[in-house]
Design a protein around this ligand. Sequence first.
Ligand SMILES: [Zn+2]
Length: 293
Amino acid sequence: MSNRLMSPTRAERGPTAVIDGMAELINCTSDAAGLGGDVSIGVASPGPLNPRTGTVLCTPNLPGWRHIPLVDHLQERTRRTVYLANDGNCGALGEVRFGSAKGVQDLIYLALGTGVGGGIVSGGVLINGVRGLGAEVGHVGVSMNGPRCTCGSVGCLEAFVGGWAIQCEAEAVATTADGKLMRDLAKDGPIHAGIVARAADAGDSAATLILDRAGHALGAAMGAFINIFNPRMIVIGGGVAAIGEHLVGPARQVLPMYCFVDMRAVLTIAYSSLGNDTGLFGAAALALAAIER
Ligand SMILES: [Zn+2]
């Protein structure tokens, strides 16, 4: 992509400084591209947030972000119309406009990263509910007796398949003899999902079991989404999706246990083709969709 500028968030400086930095990037990129004042801006932000008021409610990884009217601040600093959505919903819009699900009207997008987010497009419409807080697909319960999630609930999809959950499981296994290869690969560092994937690539049975369990949870959640939304596609993105078939293979395998066969028959499961740029393309798709309305 041309005219790309990046700068570190440096969240420790607090919301005002971060927003100043965002506005500077927008203004520099717009000037470099010679964009007119009528070009709108899309912003993909961690949530939860209210897209209708343009307010970020809280973002666990950005200190001090509580009820920040991000759209107002950015419009003031850039003199452009700004649209805001959570990064999962933007990802879904990006996949439909530019990615693996181009032109698809019924999509479940799952962003598997440290946390699990995503978005749902049904009949061509992004589903985000009364306060615009949906769809928190990572916090759908897949087990009554499952592990506690960072959101406070029990047995969420994220508590099985989020990067933090896979790491937690791997570090517990690594205290036993079965975890030797993962321990060796981590070289005293954290046994993150990438290490587990490398061990599984090497045929390590403990690592394979960890990813089987996470994949099974993923399959159960996908089954629930399929039964509710009867989607044409499920697109899987995010850093943890790079694990690939060690994770998604078990999900496909268990799917028949969790959803109706007629719904499965019309479904394609695909990986995101936008990689780390899903949020970027999604923000662009958000602004384009708003303009077209
Ligand atoms: Zn949760």
